[in-house]
Write a protein that binds this ligand. Structure first.
Ligand code: F6P
Length: 373
């Protein structure tokens, strides 16, 4: 057992917020083990994200609460998409709940005598953390999401596990595509970004990869698939991000695009792309939507390592009283940035990213030509 080190922070609250992902429990364990064993902090486990802090739904954790959870999927704390600062956030409050949500969070933070709040989540979670800090609370963020779209860190935990699941699904589609001489369209998550689709697409050898950052032209896709067929390839795999959009949509304003997507993205983008491919090429095409499977199950070894390292680094920041930071991975270094860095931003795949050129170099169609940089 390590000897206890001195710490500025005595008492923390920990919560997980937003969509779950593999690695959350590993991160909780990392924070709690280091905070408890190394720095002797008290740890309040808050249920269901910010909602638990609004309702005061929390309890102090004992070591057995964060033992044996390294490999477990999901989050032992529960999560929600509660956004206390969002316009209309108080509309769902019960009539007898007189204070607003932010006020309730502040009151409970003080009632539980917390020195800092540790929030594990994506863009929304870290943005809320940043806003709470402006309300006078101490906050430290950890970047979690299968989307890998958080500004300020090269990598988020959850991404690697989802990448393996996505790649495995693409691998499995190959054999059935080949048997039936079909075009198989598979849709992966990623919200408004293409990280997961690009990486899984390259890992799985996708013949076409469509990401939101490169609006697609169905004619370019059709030509590519027909050329493949002419060269003797009897099937093709198209990997599409849930947020992928056509060139036509990219030219629309936000309102018009929303209406257009409501009409055409039914039941989801993979089906629209499959219909468009059939119309364009006459090839037999099927759609698969992987959905929440991508967020389930045990974390990959790589995510366990990253989540644990992020967790223990958060405990070190707490011990030094370095609040208002989000833990990051830049290159091979675990570090941290000011919470204002991720707040209200989305990290897109830059058009200069080497993976795009990698994909092109192995003959993958990206649905459109890239602008020359
Ligand atoms: O952010 C993770 C994520 O799985 C995204 O990829 C997806 O767009 C979104 O969450 C789905 O959200 P929900 O769990 O609210 O349906």
């Amino acid at each position: 057992m390590e000897t206890v080190r001195s710490s500025v922070t005595k008492s923390i609250g920990i919560l997980t917020s937003g969509g779950d992902c593999p690695g959350l429990n590993a991160a909780i364990r990392g924070v709690c083990r280091a905070a408890h064993d190394r720095y002797a902090m008290n740890i309040l486990g808050i249920a269901n994200g910010y909602r638990g802090l609004i309702d005061g739904d929390a309890r102090f954790l004992k070591p057995e609460d964060f033992s044996g959870i390294l490999t477990r999927g999901g989050t032992i704390l529960g999560t929600s998409r509660e956004k206390p600062f969002k316009k209309g956030a108080n509309d769902d409050l019960e009539k007898n709940f007189t204070k607003d949500k932010v006020m309730a969070i502040k009151e409970n933070y003080h009632k539980f005598k917390l020195d800092c709040l540790v929030v594990l989540g994506g863009n929304g979670t870290n943005t809320t953390g940043h806003l709470l800090r402006q309300e006078g609370l101490n906050v430290i963020g950890l970047p979690k999401t299968i989307d890998n779209d958080i500004q300020g860190t090269d990598l988020t935990f959850g991404f690697n596990s989802a990448l393996s699941i996505g790649t495995d699904a693409i691998d499995r589609l190959h054999s059935t595509a080949q048997s039936h001489n079909r075009v198989m369209v598979i849709e992966l998550m990623g919200h408004k970004t293409g990280w997961l689709t690009l990486y899984a697409g390259v890992a799985g050898g996708g013949d076409v990869i469509l990401i939101p950052e490169i609006p697609y032209n169905i004619k370019v896709i059709g030509r590519h698939l027909i050329e493949r067929a002419r060269s003797g390839k009897t099937f093709s795999i198209v990997v599409v991000a849930e947020g992928a959009l056509s060139r036509k949509e990219a030219g629309m304003d936000k309102k018009e695009r929303k209406r257009y997507r409501e009409e055409t993205v039914t039941p989801s983008i993979a089906y629209r792309v499959a219909r468009e491919i059939e119309n364009e090429t006459g090839m037999s095409t099927r759609a698969t939507v992987l959905g929440y499977v991508q967020r389930g199950g045990i974390p990959s070894a790589s995510d366990r390592v990253l989540a644990t390292s992020f967790g223990t680094a958060a405990a070190d920041l707490l011990a030094r009283g370095e609040y208002g930071r989000m833990v990051t991975l830049i290159g091979n270094e675990i570090s941290s940035v000011d919470l204002s860095v991720p707040a209200d931003k989305t990290k897109l795949v830059p058009l200069s990213h080497y993976m795009l050129d990698t994909a092109l170099a192995v003959g993958t169609c990206l649905g459109n030509s890239l602008p020359i940089n």
